[in-house]
Every structure is written in C-alpha cells, then in structure tokens.
Design a binder for this molecule. Structure first.
Ligand SMILES: C[S@@+](CC[C@H](N)C(=O)[O-])C[C@H]1O[C@@H](n2cnc3c(N)ncnc32)[C@H](O)[C@@H]1O
Ligand SMILES: C[S@@+](CC[C@H](N)C(=O)[O-])C[C@H]1O[C@@H](n2cnc3c(N)ncnc32)[C@H](O)[C@@H]1O
Ligand code: SF4
Length: 403
C-alpha cells in the first residue's frame, strides 16, 4: 500500500482489549534531517544552530546521520516517504559531495516516492551558483532560501552575513538550477516602516518563485534579542504590515494557506503540510524532533541537541542519542491535532481526526460546540476549519481544546 492511499483510507477505529482506541491505518510519512551549523549565530534565532569553529566534520557527521537513520528504520519498516526536508542551521554549508552522499544514503535506506519533495535550506552568501546545480543533480528539487530582507540596513540589524545584492544573486541562481524555490522573509524588523516592509515584499514577489514564507519577527527567550531588545514596530504597525502583506500576495496569485505560508496554485510545501495535517515525520540529526504513529500508540521523539554529544552517542548505536521518546497521552491528542490542523486556512477533512488520532471526533464534541458558538470554528460538515475570525484569534480557538 502506498503512503498516499494510506493517508486517504477511511480510518476504522476499534477498541483494543485495554479499552484504548487503535489506528487502523498510518498517515503519510516525511523525513527531516538537521544540519546544526551556521557561519554566525543570528541574535534573534532560537533554532538548534551553532557557530562553526573551523571546518564541518562532514564525514563524521554523515556517518552519524547514517547510524541515526539505521537505528530508526525498525520504527518505519515498509512505509513510503513522501518528502524530505534538509534544514538547519545552514545545510548549504555542506559540500556538494556531502549532500550527494546524504541523498544516496536516504535513497538507499528509505522507500522514497518517485516524486518525493526534497527540500534543502540555503543561506545567501554561503555558496556559489555552481553548488545549486550540483545539489539538483543529487536529487534536491526544492530550495528554501533564508532571505529575510533585501534591505542592507535591516540585514545588518538582524546580524545576517549577506546583503541585498547577494540575496538577489542567490535567488537567481537557485531558480536557474532547481524547479521550486521558496523565499523566507521576516517582517516587523528593527526600525522597519510599512513602506520598507512592502518594498521587501515587492522585491520578493518580483522573482516569481512558487512559494513565500513570511514570518513575524518574534523575540524568542534565550536569544540576544530577548536580552537586548531592539526597537521594533508596535502592535498596530505590525498588524498593518501583516494585513498588507496578505493582501498584496493574494493579488499577485500567492494564496495564504497557513499563518505564514503563501503558495502559487499547487505549490504548497508538502513537507510542512504533512506536519500540519498531523502526518508522521522522522527527524534525524541533533535536536531533530519526530512524530511517529503505530497501530496502538503515537510517539514524539527528540534527539540530543548538542551536535558533538549527538554524534558520539549516535555512533554507539545504543539509542542514547535519543533525548526523549514518549507516547502522546490520549487526553492531549485532541489539542495536538487541532494545534496543527487549524493553522491551515482550508483546515483538514473531518475524517482525518479519527484516522490520525484514533479517537472519534465525539471526544472533542464539547470543545467544538463551544468554539462554533463563539464563531471561531466553521460548522462545515466536511472540513475541520477555523472561521476567518477564529484564524485571527487562533490562540482563543485552540484554548477551547486544551486538555
Ligand atoms: C531556522 S531558519 C533556517 C534557515 C536559514 N538558516 C536562514 O536563517 O536563512 C528558518 C527560518 O525561520 C525564520 N526565523 C528564525 N528565527 C525567527 C524569529 N525569531 N522570528 C521569526 N522568524 C524566525 C527565518 O525566516 C528563517 O529563514
Ligand atoms: C521555520 S521552517 C522554514 C520552512 C520554509 N519556510 C519552507 O517553506 O520550506 C524550517 C525550520 O524548522 C526547523 N524544523 C523543521 N522540522 C523540524 C524537525 N522535525 N525537527 C527540528 N527542527 C525542525 C528547522 O530549523 C528548519 O530550518
Ligand atoms: S542563519 Fe538561520 S539557523 Fe543560522 S542562526 Fe541565523 S536564523 Fe538561525
């Protein structure tokens, strides 16, 4: 059975002898690979990224990824993989040879769909044009570029290593070499005006890429920006930016399908959509997290965050590179499902709830009734979807589903 048909198969839920429900089919599976190094740590970033001291130990790293993947295989035996996302950190710091070895490894071990989406994240200023063609030859068919802004002053304030000219050059070479390109932008930047924000967006749109991710810059705990906050646009200005961004992108043909994601028709990121549809994903590499379903339970996993410790432990092949693995408690499944699914503008088919949590929708009937009465949840009998109002006040909507 292929993963796509697995995902669509109507879920029959039955009670097991211990009185718990079981999943009759497993959802589509994606694979995430983490590359934890960056040239310089950005002051706003709380992802698992570490400034490089010297060269990347590529061969050791690839050996450790292979060991991590090999140990995870029994958990995904026989399943097809619909997408791979190589994220970071800065994966484009890896040489062409290392990416080629990584993709060969993934193909050798995994049952990859022939048209699997394979995304690689790249930072402008970390590679010359030639590398994109080589990544594409190795099998990468989508590039996600961390542009953030085209404005040199804003880029400096964000501590980025690239300037606007390098951002434009990177987009052009990525587009020449690889079919699908996403640009990551951020708004509500230090000192940014509404005009500056829209100028950035216009430049981003002018390349005609099929996907744009536009994130509201947030002050994350334990970052330099949290400790020394820069002067940021106030809430009213940020809200005006968000509204104008969505409006202008819609006019240009990029439909907003998730809080921060905009795509041309049919160009949604399959990998991220699978996360939001409560699909499964295996995460390998330091700090990578995963969600894996079995017929009688759903697990969350997290790998050790420190790259050296993760490498060392993965090579021991005794499971000690896994920092945490736990079953999602039955009473939290409803909230976890909604936390993901309601981010999607179109929501998800109501049948997914039973198929992917193993619980009848009746288990959250009370919360759904309250949310519908408040005008936050759409009463659509086919889709589970927030109303426009509920989408704007997503936290209020989700609060109804808290265990
Ligand atoms: C983890 S980064 C990896 C991509 C790549 N290293 C880069 O920075 O260009 C993925 C994206 O998350 C977004 N991001 C990171 N920190 C953020 C923050 N504090 N607020 C909003 N977006 C953030 C940025 O747009 C970034 O491109
Ligand atoms: C913020 S998103 C940006 C995606 C991009 N906008 C796109 O459409 O392709 C990607 C980042 O999320 C993080 N990430 C995604 N999946 C992950 C996982 N399973 N484990 C750990 N980090 C993950 C990584 O830091 C990665 O750089
Ligand atoms: S380059 Fe990307 S991953 Fe690295 S520190 Fe900056 S935002 Fe974080």
């Amino acid at each position: 059975m292929d993963a796509t048909s697995e995902g669509r198969k109507p879920g029959v839920v039955s009670l097991d002898p211990r009185g718990r429900t079981i999943l009759s089919s497993l959802p589509p599976l994606s694979v995430y690979v983490h590359v934890p190094w960056c040239v310089r740590k950005c002051p706003y970033c709380d992802f698992n990224s570490h400034e490089l001291a010297g060269d990347i130990p590529e061969d050791t790293y690839l050996d450790a990824l292979a060991a991590d993947l090999e140990q995870a295989l029994p958990q995904i035996w026989g399943r097809q993989v619909i997408s791979v996302f190589i994220g970071g950190g800065t994966p484009s710091l890896l040489s062409e040879r290392a990416i080629d070895r990584l993709l060969a490894l993934l193909r050798a071990y995994l049952n990859l769909l022939p048209d699997a989406e394979i995304t690689l994240e790249a930072n402008p200023g970390t590679l010359e044009a030639g590398r994109y063609a080589s990544y594409a030859a190795s099998g990468v068919n989508r590039i996600s570029l961390g542009i953030q802004s085209f404005d040199d002053v804003a880029l400096k304030a964000l501590g980025r290593i690239h300037d606007g000219r390098q951002a434009r050059a990177a987009i052009e070479s990525a587009q020449t070499a690889v079919g699908r390109v996403n640009l990551d932008l951020m708004f509500a930047l230090p000192g940014q005006t509404l005009q500056g924000c829209m100028d950035d967006l216009d430049q981003a749109m002018s390349f005609g890429t099929d996907h744009l991710s536009v994130y509201h810059l947030t002050l994350e705990p334990n970052t330099v920006f949290a400790k020394y906050p820069p002067q940021l646009p106030d809430d009213d200005l940020s809200a005006a930016m968000q509204e104008d961004i969505a409006g202008r992108l819609d006019t240009g043909g990029w439909k907003r399908y998730e809080i921060s994601a905009y795509a041309q028709p049919g160009q949604q990121c399959r990998h991220n959509v699978n996360y939001w549809e409560f699909g499964d994903y295996l995460g390998i590499g330091p700090g990578a997290h995963g969600k894996l379903s079995f017929h009688d339970r759903i697990l969350r996993q997290a790998r050790l965050r420190n790259p050296r410790s993760w490498m060392e432990k993965a090579m021991r092949r005794d499971g000690s590179h896994i920092a945490e693995q736990k079953e999602i408690p039955w009473r939290e499944l409803g909230f976890e499902f909604m936390l993901n699914a309601l981010r999607l503008k179109a929501g998800v088919p109501r049948t997914y709830y039973m198929e992917r949590t193993g619980q009848p929708l009746l288990a959250v009937a009370g919360a759904m009734e309250r949310a519908t009465a408040l005008g936050l949840l759409d009463p659509d009998p086919v889709a589970l979807r927030a109303t426009d109002f509920g989408w704007r006040f997503l936290n209020d909507l989700l609060a109804e589903f808290l265990p």
